[in-house]
Design a protein around this ligand. Sequence first.
Ligand SMILES: C[S@@+](CC[C@H](N)C(=O)[O-])C[C@H]1O[C@@H](n2cnc3c(N)ncnc32)[C@H](O)[C@@H]1O
Length: 215
Amino acid sequence: MAKYNRIAPLYDLLSAEHPVYGAGRRGLARLLDLQSGDQVLDIGCGTGLNFPWLSERVTSTGTVIGIDRSATMLAQARRRAQRNGWTNVILIQADATGLEPADISARTISAGGRALSDAALATYSLSLMGAWPCAWQSMWNLTTPRARLGILDMQKPHGAAAVFSPLAQLACRLGGSDINAHPWTALERDCAEVNSASARGGHLQVRVGSKPPAT
Ligand SMILES: C[S@@+](CC[C@H](N)C(=O)[O-])C[C@H]1O[C@@H](n2cnc3c(N)ncnc32)[C@H](O)[C@@H]1O
């Protein structure tokens, strides 16, 4: 956490969003199928780089909930929301691997949201969390039946792009991510109607699926 607390003011500059990582975000935005009025949960939201497209999709009648354990990343996210006049963004500082669903639901309700979200996503965040299966379980527990869940994360590039593997591994090491974590495998295991996308030679992996109705 100390790393992200330190780099928060520079995160957007250092994150290689435009040349590399924005491509995965756009892929996820295409697949997640958010609707006006939805409540969406962004796990490890960081400085809120997802908020522009999340806010656009859920509109002012929906809600964006961002959870992150770094206070300074959340401060950047709060500034982004204020700058853009998004009054429907709720930010919660918490460790996503140890969330108490009842506590998060209560905090969400007291901030004007609903107990459970219609969709949840985690972008470039689960692979940073050693205990990411616990964070995945929280995405599950904090969403409605039939909710859409999305994961965008990284692996080693393949095919001709394998030549960039050392660069990708360095970027992950600097960011604190485990390039071999492959957290989308949990989504593939648990969700129905799974759709996939990838970008940057397979380095960026996107999965979106739906929770089965009766879970
Ligand atoms: C690489 S940044 C990604 C931020 C954002 N999702 C994005 O797409 O730009 C990873 C974020 O995960 C957060 N994070 C790491 N471990 C976490 C945990 N256990 N609980 C909550 N947030 C965590 C960090 O503070 C950081 O903001």
